[in-house]
Write a protein that binds this ligand. Structure first.
Ligand code: ADP
Ligand code: MG
Length: 300
């Protein structure tokens, strides 16, 4: 459905912008229908940049993003508007997505004006109520309220409801759990899993938190310095990491659960001498399939 090929985003840094660096470096992966794919990496690894490139909030420096076989990177006007029916983002701080001086449900009025101008009042209200209920919100509790009268979890649900109104195929969820308190976290995670199971929604779940990625995703991408160093079936990546960076991330997870302890000593794959370590290894890399559904960056 979505296919990201050799995606690269180059920025300039240094006093006079003389030094170029790739915030995203030659990233290739697919997002299939009805799967949750985690994009995991520490701060600065390029996760948000990938999300924003897919959402066309940033322009690509190289490579392509294809949706159903069509490169979206040159979409403008009507094509871009149509693209946003299928792809929407929800970001870390839900308060930023709402204008504090307007009622929160203004985001729905804007969707109606922009995408459903011919819809009758009754039909629209029914649609809206259905999408609010689908994300576990009571319309009477959240409509007609200002953002400050709602919780972070409620605002995020409103944004997910907005995405559902548009019938999105892909939701880019960037650190959406970080701001929420513990009891709301699990509800929002479960909601996302429910939307995958019942609506066939695909989700790019961006997180710096390994346990969240492990909990929710079908496949995982481990990003380090803009490079995909390891990727594949979540069980395989977490239980049998091959890249030294993935292992060091896993070893840094506080072990509340002794299972992590057991895992650590049972890796059946050796760390290979030819793995590619961004920032250290010279030259180029390829993603090699070291077992079915499990890829690692290897020196070219
Ligand atoms: P993450 O979301 O994983 O924390 P980002 O995608 O936000 O990482 O950033 C990746 C890298 O790109 C970081 O080193 C960041 O400083 C850099 N970066 C992001 N935006 C810009 C920009 N507009 N100009 C220059 N560098 C940027
Ligand atoms: Mg980020």
């Amino acid at each position: 459905m979505f296919s990201v090929k050799n995606l690269t985003k180059t920025y300039r840094k240094g006093a006079f912008g003389k030094v170029k660096f790739n915030a995203v470096d030659n990233a290739s992966f697919e997002i299939k229908q009805g799967e949750i794919i985690s994009l995991i990496g520490e701060s600065g690894s390029g996760k948000t940049t990938i999300g924003k490139l897919i959402l066309r909030l940033l322009s690509t420096s190289d490579g392509s993003i294809e949706y159903d076989g069509i490169d979206v990177s040159s979409f403008k006007g009507g094509d871009l508007k149509n693209y946003y029916r299928h792809v929407q983002g929800v970001f870390q701080d839900p308060f930023c997505s709402f204008n504090p001086i307007f009622k929160a449900d203004r985001v729905f009025k804007m969707v109606r004006e922009e995408f459903f101008p011919k819809e009758t009042e009754n039909n629209w209200n029914e649609k809206l109520n259905n999408s609010l209920k689908a994300v576990g919100l009571n319309p009477a509790e959240v409509l007609n309220k200002f953002p400050h009268q709602l919780s972070g979890g409620q605002l995020q649900r409103l944004l997910i409801a907005r995405a559902l109104l548009l019938d999105v195929k892909l939701l880019v969820a960037d650190e959406i759990i970080s701001m929420l308190d513990a009891s709301t976290r699990i509800d929002v995670l479960n909601l996302i899993a429910k939307l995958r199971d019942e609506n066939g929604l695909s989700v790019l779940f961006v997180t710096h938190d390994l346990s969240l990625g492990y909990y929710i995703s079908d496949r995982s991408i481990i990003l380090y310095k803009g490079v995909i160093v390891e990727m594949g079936n979540t069980q395989k990546v977490f239980h049998n990491p091959v890249h030294s960076y993935t292992r060091s991330l896993l070893e840094a997870v506080p072990r509340l659960d002794s299972k992590w302890d057991e895992l650590e000593h049972k890796y059946s794959h050796e760390i290979r001498g030819d793995i590619f370590i961004p920032g250290t290894t010279e030259g180029d890399f390829v993603l090699e399939e070291i077992e079915p559904e499990h890829f690692v960056a290897i020196k070219k």
